[in-house]
Design a protein around this ligand. Structure first.
Ligand code: NFE
Length: 500
């Protein structure tokens, strides 16, 4: 029988920031191969060269309008290290609170507004929950989609109060933060966080955070879903019912290698110690075959074999990295403006699922062990991550209301030095590496979460995580490759960050 083979290009891929091009090779209704490409060059790393060391604090938050606070945090941490300055506990609380507020709003907006919009598409017309999905998630109209935007605004207000504006704020500096929030500022922030928590518990989870913390296994999840109408009707309950019926736990697997940078440092005397481990809210590490090992940033490299860059051949650590754009056609296997980050030579997925696995979350650990990674597992992790991050946000805001202690330690002027800042952005592991010589930036390299996830192939031909997750996806209608799009969307890609 002749094979039915099709090449499909999805471009521009909608509902993501930036320009993502996905090329699929579909044979007999199944994705046999995939290529993910960033189709725009931006050049932030080159803009920074030769500038003053502090300029990264103003320029890198402009890499993105979504994870702008994550870039600021990574830039500030890299300079903290280059200066050798200690950051006081209150400054850590302010930085962490802003970073978490951005992460929590991102999680809910992606899950409720951007991801579940796909449930309303004609391709799911035969799904028993399609009608309800349309009422809830129709873009610009659905009741839940609209509510997710308006309710999560309160989180962005927290960043604006602490940092003066959102996005593109620059209130973090080496040695701390430049804001000294008043008692009124902090009480407003606490009120906004409480307001959001109430809505998250009522509408997103359908139960209290305490009740959700009892869901530690697949059996407990099943029992939770059956236990109450509020659970079933919540955004989480609806997602679970729709996604399991649609088989989203069977697609979008990938290799099962995960990376997380942690980076939410818990101040010494903070009550948040009970929420994290070894001084961090989420442990940094690499997760493979069900085992987590501690992160060693020296094992990170970027390859450019399949990217439109020139200047080096063997993969390089970001301190030695270069960004020399070299536009060609798709010659010599080059097909993207994204580089290919590797850990110990391996591609690795990053994001909420990686973070929850590294933190030893019992439900997600069991789910991955029993079913493997999937679209379902990625989205579940994204929806429930706030059950861990919201209590930390509340703790740090509460501790800030005491307002004792410093928010800044004097940082020496920077003539020479190098440093890196590793943080957990909403989409996963984000790193900035800066080298300073003669009072100017000699080299600045950034690796963002979607550079990990949307990585191209490397010299060995190993696909990036999104490409690998696409392979094997059954596609019912190649003219509307909904299933493949859901696989990509479960990584919550951001292409402006990827190509930076
Ligand atoms: Ni542009 Fe970002 C996050 C970063 S994605 S959104 O989260 O860094 O690569």
């Amino acid at each position: 029988m002749p094979r039915d083979k099709k090449q499909i290009r999805i471009f521009p891929f909608n509902r993501v920031e930036g320009d993502l091009k996905v090329h699929l090779e579909i044979e007999d209704g199944v994705v046999r191969d995939a290529w993910c490409a960033g189709s725009m060059y931006r050049g932030f790393e080159n803009i920074l060269k030769g500038r003053g060391p502090l300029d990264g604090l103003v320029i890198t938050p402009r890499i993105c309008g979504i994870c702008t606070t994550a870039h600021l945090t990574a830039a500030a941490r890299a300079l903290d290290m280059a200066c050798g300055v200690r950051v006081p506990g209150n400054a850590l609380r302010v930085r962490n609170a802003a970073l978490l507020a951005e992460m929590i709003q991102n999680d809910v907006r992606h899950a409720v507004q951007l991801f579940m919009a796909d449930f309303t598409r004609p391709g799911y017309g035969d799904h028993p929950l399609h009608g309800e999905a349309r009422r809830r998630y129709e873009p610009m109209k659905g009741t839940s989609a609209l509510q997710a935007v308006s309710e999560s605004r309160s989180l962005l207000e927290i960043i604006a109060i602490l940092g003066g504006q959102w996005p593109h704020s620059s209130f973090m500096v080496p040695g701390g933060v430049v804001c000294l929030p008043s008692a009124n500022d902090i009480s407003q922030c606490r009120h906004l966080a409480r307001h959001y928590r109430r809505w998250y518990e009522e509408r997103v989870l359908g139960c209290s955070l305490e009740r959700w913390s009892e869901v530690t296994s697949r059996a407990a999840l099943k029992e939770w879903l059956a236990a109450s109408g509020a659970h079933r009707k919540s955004e989480l309950g609806f997602f679970i019912r729709f996604a399991r019926t649609a088989g989203l736990h069977k697609i979008g697997g990938g290799r099962g290698h995960f990376i997380g940078f942690g980076g939410l440092v818990i101040p010494k005397d903070s009550e948040a110690a009970a929420l994290g481990r070894d001084g961090e809210l989420f442990p940094p590490g690499f997760y493979q075959d069900g085992e987590a090992v501690p992160l060693d940033q020296q094992r990170i490299t970027e390859a450019i074999d399949c990217s439109w860059f020139a200047g080096y051949r063997a993969p390089r650590h970001p301190f030695e990295g270069m960004t020399r754009p070299y536009a060609t056609g798709n010659e010599n296997r080059q097909y993207t403006w994204a580089k290919a980050p590797r850990y110990d030579g391996l591609p690795a997925e990053t994001g909420p699922l990686a973070q929850m696995l590294l933190a030893g979350d019992p439900l997600l650990t069991e789910l991955i062990r029993e079913e493997g990674p999937s679209v379902f597992a990625r989205q579940l992790a994204r929806i429930v991550r706030s059950s861990r991050t919201l209590p930390a946000l509340e703790t740090w805001l509460r501790e800030l209301s005491r307002r004792q202690g410093l928010f800044y330690n004097d940082a020496p002027p920077l003539e020479q030095g190098r440093g890196f800042g590793l943080v957990e952005a909403p989409r996963g592991a984000l790193g900035h590496w800066v080298v300073i010589e003669n009072g100017a930036i000699q080299s600045y390299q950034v690796i963002t979460p979607t550079t990990w996830n949307a990585s191209p192939r490397d010299r060995q031909g190993a696909r990036g995580p999104m490409e690998e997750a696409l392979v094997g996806t059954p596609v019912r209608d190649p003219d509307d490759p909904l299933e493949a799009e859901l696989v990509v969307r479960s990584f919550d890609p951001c292409l402006v960050c990827t190509v930076h």
